[in-house]
Unconditional design. Structure first.
Length: 67
């Protein structure tokens, strides 16, 4: 029963991530991982800071990628 539950949970988490990407909600965990790997000396925004910045970038019509 544990393996089936773990598989269902993994599927659900991936479905949620996919749905968020489709509707344009940014993924904070991916951002944190990117910052730690690509920009280790730079500070990482808190979730509220990240969300506000992503919404501003989305609705001002500019790009939002650093790399």
């Amino acid at each position: 029963m544990g393996a089936a539950k773990d598989s269902l949970r993994a599927f659900w988490l991936q479905a949620v991530r996919t749905a968020r990407l489709i509707i344009g909600v940014p993924d904070y965990d991916t951002y944190v991982q990117h910052m730690r790997l690509k920009h280790p000396g730079r500070p990482v925004m808190s979730y509220p800071e990240f969300f506000d910045e992503r919404m501003r970038a989305r609705y001002r019509g500019g790009g939002g990628r650093c790399c």
